[in-house]
Design a protein around this ligand. Structure first.
Ligand code: ATP
Ligand code: MG
Length: 316
């Protein structure tokens, strides 16, 4: 059985301009122990998908799905959310500095989460906090526990965020742009850390990113989101070797790579369609260099091809 199954996930928000459809019928299957990349440009619905899996969509939002299950447990029932959110599924949010409480030390914040989930006495809580900080590569744990968030570098704050997410003993970690705010060297350290945590703790990770370079180095499989729908999904190796959807081809063409020196990077003209009164047909039709007549009237469904590769495009 897959660890996480998502079928027909849709998320919409009531706004003063009307109903905004942020995510439309997303299907995802996440296997135990894999790092699954959710990639797409800004506003395509990556974060709200992660929040919906955590049951954290705000009250103006509406989440529907025909199936949402973790290890066979139906997450659509409210009581199950309480047992799962934060406990079995954990999330690292997009901006670590904004998520850590500036008025409490790292030790106080970490202890609070450990005690909430495991009801340990203070010596055992301290021991577990030190263990978690060592796990995320903060070797001077005793000192780090006494510091306030502003005394740590961005990379250290991100490591603390990961420790907080792991403190509940979660088996599924949703990491939302965990490296975007960091410089390149620290970025690769954090990605290596996520990989080693996956190997050491058999963690399953959904890695949300807009950066295909991050996907290439870290993820086993990937789904490319466009305007709240999955445009293409496959193994990472297959996606880079054999991108099929014109949007994926555009994203890869826009990525600087070895051997393309002197050649201009390609840009995908235009911008995401509005989620309010979206037009019929393929959401990428207005920007697609290979658009056909049918694309303007029929929305393609995600269709499997060979090698567990699936594409939502009328060309296939
Ligand atoms: N509470 C809300 N009310 C109305 N619209 C919202 C709300 N939350 C998100 N949205 C909209 O849903 C869409 C998807 O947002 P989301 O934050 O998931 O994008 P994203 O893919 O994570 O982008 P980024 O790469 O910039 O983080 C956006 O257009 C956003 O404005
Ligand atoms: Mg986001």
């Amino acid at each position: 059985m897959s660890l996480l199954e998502v079928r027909d996930l849709s998320i919409s928000f009531s706004t003063s301009h009307g109903l905004f459809r942020a995510v439309n019928g997303v299907n995802l299957t996440i296997e135990r122990g894999e790092i699954f990349g959710l990639v797409g440009e800004t506003g395509c619905g990556k974060t709200v998908t992660g929040l919906a899996l955590m049951g954290l969509i705000s009250s103006t939002g509406r989440v529907t799905a025909s199936r949402l299950s973790l290890d066979g447990l139906n997450l659509l029932s409210t009581r199950n959310w309480q047992n799962v959110r934060g406990r079995r599924i954990s999330m690292i949010f997009q901006d670590p500095a904004a998520c850590l409480n500036p008025t409490f030390t790292i030790g106080q914040q970490l202890s609070h989460v450990i005690r909430y989930h495991f009801h340990l006495d203070s010596a055992a809580t301290h021991h577990r906090a030190v263990e978690l900080l060592n796990d995320v590569g903060l070797s001077d744990a005793a000192h780090t526990l006494r510091t306030y968030p502003h005394q740590l570098s961005g990379g250290m704050q991100q490591r603390v965020m990961i420790a907080l997410a792991l403190a509940s003993g979660a088996e599924l970690l949703i990491a939302d742009e965990p490296t975007t705010a960091l410089d390149v060297t620290i970025q690769s350290q954090i990605l290596r850390l996520l990989k080693s945590l996956r190997d050491k703790h058999t963690l399953t990770i959904i890695l949300i990113t807009h950066d295909l370079g991050v996907v290439a180095h870290t993820c086993d499989r990937v789904a490319v989101l466009y305007a709240g729908s999955v445009a293409e999904t496959s193994s990472t190796v297959d996606l880079f070797r054999n991108p099929k959807h014109p949007y994926t081809q555009g994203l890869l063409g826009a990525m600087p790579r070895h051997g393309t020196r002197g050649k201009p990077l390609l840009a995908i003209e235009g911008s995401l369609p509005s989620g309010i009164n979206p037009s019929v047909g393929c959401p990428f039709a207005a920007r697609c260099p290979l658009v056909m007549k049918i694309c303007r009237t029929d929305n393609p469904t995600l269709t499997p091809t060979e090698n567990a590769h699936a594409i939502a495009c009328h060309l296939y």
